[in-house]
Design a protein around this ligand. Sequence first.
Ligand code: CO
Length: 155
Amino acid sequence: MLTGAIKRIDHVAIVVRSLDDALAFYRDTLGIVPSRIIRFPREGVKIAFLPLGDPNGSEIELLEPDGSDTGVARFLEKRGGGLHHICLEVPDIEQALADLRASGAMLLDEAPRPTAEGRGLFLHPKGAQGVLVELVQRAESADAAGQPKSAPTGE
Ligand code: CO
């Protein structure tokens, strides 16, 4: 069992064919203003971050494949887009990894990976009631400053 309390839903990630088309709904219909749009080559995606509420509120992330041979591109091809994963924020990703290993959880990562938000790891949907679940420890600068979170773009 995780010994560090899960802090909140960090983000919900949705795969879309086109960020522009998706923003016609999320921005123009729902009125959620994107804080930034980045390329994240490590995962082969372009990401639009849609923050909800205060600066430390949860986010919706729209993921558009940036290249054809990526996990997100295959997801889009197979499922036509839609909910990709939910991400929960934890205070200590190394501790979370150790706890999950001890619990025999079905992990997709051997070690925390760099993500657009900080460091994260994924749990297999087969061990998580059919949903891809990510855990993330936010980069410390983001929490400390209370600013929109900066992230490496890999560019
Ligand atoms: Co994520």
